[in-house]
Design a protein. Sequence first.
Length: 318
Amino acid sequence: MILLNKTKYRMNFEGTKEKLWEHGERYLPRFDDSWPPEVRKLREASRYTTLNRSAGLKRPLLTIASSQMYEISEDISMRLAWTSEFVHSSSLIMDDLECMDDATLRRGKRACHLQYGTHTAVLASHDLRTEAERLISDSRLSNYQKVELQKELIRASEGLLSGQMIDLRGKDDSLDVILRMHALKTGALIAYALRVPAVAKRDDLKWHQRYILPLKSKDQENIDRDLMMLEKVGIDLGILYQAADDLKDTNCQMKDIGKDVFVDRRNLVTALQGDERKVKEIMAKKALSIHENLRKLSRKPTDLADFLNDIIESAMKL
């Protein structure tokens, strides 16, 4: 099902992915011998889950594609891209713990807590969240931009944590609640990945308007409107992506998807009494909504539309 206009990639996604891995190695380096061995083991655990080459890096690639629209430099876009992946990997480590999903496999390897122990895994999760913040604070952005981007990161993290709490403690398995859970647990961080380049651009414009030259207010208005559209795209994509994951959890084997199956306590398939056709109808509606909101952006999202199209096509094949 092709829902977005197919165009030839202007961005080399495989090449960009390799460049992301190179930057990831720099952003999450091993601790040298000056650190105690226990601390070096902590960073090893952080890298174990995060720099696993089987990771799809979808969130970072969404940030890079969005950065193309807003003319964000490679250095800044790479930093922003890895903030979402660090937080995502942090959440995966926590998700797999015995007190959560009690999973054994993640990204084709033993779960972090089984490889390094629960205590180290919990600290590695904290390490990754700290490093996500460091990527922003150590960047060449203005202090104003850094503060606004930190706010975005906090908001996304709050959404992720709220969704996890609904998953763990919620008692209502109705469709609306499960959709809300997916929007928070998965959609919030995807929305962050899409939005941060626009936030950086908007706040750069605000800085120029205040200190250098007056810019037309329409520039900021366009980006503010784009941010609303990108938020909607992120939430819809989060629900669509998680719906596909729920279908995989029901129909695939662990060796095929590189993680445990039947561990999610609550999902769309169970909320719809096993009616997979209705799950796919929800996915199709979300795909159409993504398409409609992309059209409302003030800038042409060529690379972003291409990449989203591939994600949607892959999900709809399930």
